[in-house]
Design a binder for this molecule. Structure first.
Ligand code: PMP
Length: 351
């Protein structure tokens, strides 16, 4: 830390991203990436001509991509916001809507707490129930920015659309942000409610179900006033925050949406197989509707399991947080990758 850093930032504890090792090849089941490449349409869209056009600034409005997404989700372009990954949208939302504080679960996406601290927002941290489900009642009538990942991370547990609607309905005085990063793996999106509720902000990403984590593309769907607020922040920080190549790739991805949704079905099938096998091996596995499983062994500790797997070339994610330290989060890879993961797990357990 230099002596020049703003006093307000000196105590900030930054987010720790999952490992992205560059030295050795692992079976990478630690950052919820897709095992499948983007569609061939995406690969073809990022062509030589587009690369040559990198000399030009990109379209700050992302008009083609915005229209395509609006069509896909059956909303108007004025209801769509695009940014550099959904982390960027979360960042903007905390800045824009957090002035009365922010409420979120104790076990959820770790970045919420970091953004709250970045902007010195008051945090109300609501414990999940003992079974890791969300305490819905505690999310009612908050009068402050209310943030829910649905499905939640790292648990994978979902709320139904009906449950989300009740929470949104009871929070008319504030924005309810539903982070739908994993919704395509079996959850119910709340996008259809954005027409009815002007306080609902749905945030999505191309990083998981659309295999484009490295392209950095996130989107939000909400009432046009909320979208205008987010645009105000984007235009006050970095209007060109989605580069040309990502814009063409994103457009091609929307046009080939079926390919990605088929991949999600494969991932769901592999998830169910993996969960069943882990249960047979004495793991407690939470009911996940995402592209990962959150699992805890009856006797093997979370850290020990993570380290033993790493030694055998398989990376999963372990969190030191007290309440979940016995768990690991396992991203669902290809069927073959999960078979290797399960074989290594059996070796570790001595089975
Ligand atoms: N929300 C949740 C719940 C996540 O797990 C992630 C991925 N780390 C993100 C948002 C951010 O994803 P991205 O910035 O790649 O869109």
């Amino acid at each position: 830390m230099s002596r020049f850093l703003n006093e307000n930032l000196k105590g900030l504890k930054e987010y720790t991203p999952g490992e992205q090792p560059q030295d050795k090849k692992y079976i990478k089941l630690n950052t919820n990436e897709s095992p499948y490449p983007p569609s061939k349409e995406v690969v073809e869209a990022v062509n030589e001509n587009e690369v040559k056009d990198l000399r030009l600034y990109c379209d700050p409005e992302c008009s083609k991509l915005k229209s395509a997404l609006a069509k896909l989700y059956n909303v108007k372009t004025e209801n769509v916001f695009l940014s550099n990954g959904s982390d960027d949208i979360l960042n903007f939302s905390f800045l824009a809507f957090g002035q009365n504080g922010v409420a979120f679960a104790d076990i959820t996406y770790g970045f919420y707490s970091v953004f709250a601290d970045l902007y010195s927002l008051e945090k109300e941290i609501i414990p999940l129930n003992d079974d890791f489900t969300l305490n819905k009642q505690a999310f009612m009538n908050k009068n402050k920015l209310t943030v829910i990942a649905n499905p939640n991370a790292p648990t994978g547990i979902t709320l139904s659309l009906n449950e989300i609607e009740k929470i949104v309905e009871s929070n008319k005085q504030n924005v309810v942000l539903i982070d739908e990063a994993y919704v395509d793996f079996g959850g119910e999106s709340a996008i259809s409610l954005t027409e009815k509720y002007d306080n609902l902000l749905c945030v999505g990403t191309f990083s998981k179900s659309r295999s484009m984590a490295g392209a950095r593309l996130g989107f939000a769907i909400a009432n046009k006033e909320i979208i205008a607020d987010l645009e105000k922040i984007k235009y006050s920080t970095n209007p060109y925050n989605i580069n040309r190549l990502t814009q063409v790739a994103g457009l091609a991805a929307v046009k080939s949406n079926n390919y990605f949704m088929e991949n999600c079905k494969k991932i769901i099938k592999t998830r169910e197989y993996t969960a069943k096998t882990l249960k047979e091996l004495n793991f407690e596995v939470l009911d996940s509707k995402s592209n990962f499983l959150f699992a805890k062994h009856k006797s093997l500790g979370g850290k020990e399991f993570y380290l033993s797997l790493k030694e055998k070339g398989v990376l999963v994610r372990h969190f030191e947080t007290e309440r979940i330290k016995d768990f690991v989060r396992i991203t669902i890879g290809s069927f073959e990758e999960m078979q290797v993961f399960l074989d290594k797990t059996k070796e570790i357990l001595g089975e």
